[in-house]
Design a binder for this molecule. Structure first.
Ligand code: GAP
Length: 459
């Protein structure tokens, strides 16, 4: 799965099978937005649920939070997001006015451009003669802030200015004291949140990879300064366990230690976890940053509220922060790219999604062999109800012949298909009564299983 071709196949499968649609498609779309279809929302929810379970419910040192998207604008002044720290370098095509991210444009021309100042970008463009993709000269580079502005209240004026949050992290920092006061957590501990974030990306691109509206799963993990390195190592291993749980082959995931000149304004050390996206190569899947005490200190100074943690012995200090930050859309894309497989079955090329069982939109599909035989349909409905009660995400599929159903379920990653036939009714071989055929997605093998054993068998 390393060709450009296969990424295109994943994108087209997503559209055809109801995973992802272009945002506002009937009006020509809205750049940088995508809508999740019935199967996409199921996969997305499964990723978020598994993350919450692994990082919050299965641990004793994590607390959940769901903060508002709209926050007092002072939050973003204190965090540094209104300043140059949250800007991307922008250049314009001097003839068409089209805008580009300068560092991406340079990279597309084979020129390394991470962490450059505007002046350095200008002189690189001058020295190398890089033009816009339309072949026209470029303007000087300038900073472009990525936060979306909006207004609250009925009066249009600067006092109503708010921003759509560009990261979920700040909702956690401003609630640090609330969580400490209400839950009395012992340090080290983390606060986790899943939610939407918005960035006015200059050039959204590459499917869900760089979009303007996306979801993040973030943890702010509070530690004593003297312990940050040790805790960083422990969390780093937890991140690897998460990527394993997503079914990503370790050969397709790598760590990238972000060099000092390219660190975000708040970070002293960051490791990007990169996935080998087909046709694109290794690029950021998640970030893991040591944010020092930058955020809590900034909010303490700006709000006048104490952000100190008080130990049982009365010692007071501002905790330091480790931040694993995951984009749901990038995990979603990586999971699909990893799962997309082609093999040969019955003399034909078959495309299927080898999704882990805990992520597949449907855990199992149930079919009557023939949909015009009421006795088969009735028995199949019984089995469907039994499994639905147990697993929830069970598909009823009686569309087309059995071969077509298998192909469709393979393509959407359903791990098992169950068929109710005349043998189930005990009409052909009485000894097979009340058994069904279970077909395995990956091998195509079919096994006869008693209905009474089905739930255990599937588990
Ligand atoms: N709170 C830290 C933070 O937001 P980030 O590296 O800017 O750090 C974290 O973002 C993760 O969010 C990224 O690793 C990526 O998975 C996701 N992400 C960021 N910008 C995105 C975008 N425009 N579209 C899709 N995902 C994005």
């Amino acid at each position: 799965m390393t060709t450009k071709d296969s990424m295109d196949k994943v994108v087209s499968l997503c559209k055809r099978r109801g995973f992802v649609f272009q945002g506002s498609e009937i009006y020509g779309g809205l750049k940088g937005t995508w809508d999740l279809g019935p199967l996409g929302v199921a996969l997305n929810n499964n990723i978020k649920r598994e993350w919450w379970k692994m990082f919050v419910e299965d641990r004793e040192d994590m607390y959940g939070l769901d903060a508002a998207i709209l926050m007092n604008a002072k939050t973003w002044e204190a965090s540094g997001h209104t300043g140059a720290g949250f800007c991307d370098p922008l250049v314009e095509d001097t003839e068409t006015g089209e805008r580009y991210r300068a560092d991406h444009l340079l990279k597309d021309n084979g020129i390394e451009a991470d962490g450059l100042t505007l002046e350095q970008i200008d002189s690189l463009i001058f020295d190398t003669g890089v033009k816009s993709p339309k072949g026209n000269p470029l303007s000087k580079a300038r900073q472009f802030n990525m936060m979306f502005e909006t207004r609250i209240g009925a009066v249009a004026g600067p006092e109503g200015l708010v921003y759509l949050r560009p990261e979920t992290a700040q909702g956690i920092f401003v609630n640090f004291k609330n969580v400490v006061d209400s839950m009395a957590p012992k340090i080290p501990f983390g606060i986790a949140q899943i939610g939407k974030a918005f960035r006015n990306e200059i050039a959204p691109r590459e499917f869900l990879f760089r979009v303007r509206e996306f979801e993040q799963m973030e943890i702010e993990y509070f530690v004593k300064e003297s312990e940050w390195k040790e805790r960083f190592e422990l969390l780093r291993q937890d991140l690897w366990k998460w990527f394993d749980h997503l079914g990503l082959n370790r050969a397709n995931v790598q760590e990238y230690d972000v060099p000092a000149n390219d660190l975000a304004h708040y970070s002293k050390r960051t490791i990007d976890f990169e996935y080998n996206f087909p046709g694109k190569g290794f690029d950021e899947l998640a970030g893991f940053a040591y944010r020092t005490d930058h955020d809590l200190k900034s909010h303490m100074n700006a709000s006048g509220q104490s952000m100190e943690y008080i130990e049982p012995d009365g010692a007071r200090f501002i905790p330091h922060v480790l931040e694993p930050s995951f984009g749901v859309g990038r995990a979603f894309t990586a999971v699909l790219c990893e799962a997309y497989t082609e093999d040969e079955m019955g003399g034909e090329v078959r495309a299927f999604l080898k999704l882990p069982k805990h992520l597949a939109p449907y855990r199992v599909a149930v079919s009557p062999l023939l949909k015009n035989k009421p006795e088969l349909v009735e028995k199949a409905r019984e089995v469907f109800k039994l499994l639905k009660k147990e697993f929830g995400n069970v598909a009823w599929d009686d569309n087309g012949n059995i071969g077509k159903r298998y192909r469709r379920q393979d393509e959407i990653g359903t791990p098992a298909c169950i068929v109710i036939d005349f043998e189930t009714l005990g009409q052909e071989k009485p000894e097979l009564g009340d058994t069904v055929t279970v077909r395995d997605r990956d091998t195509g093998e079919q096994t006869r299983v008693a209905i009474a054993e089905l739930v255990n068998y599937l588990k």
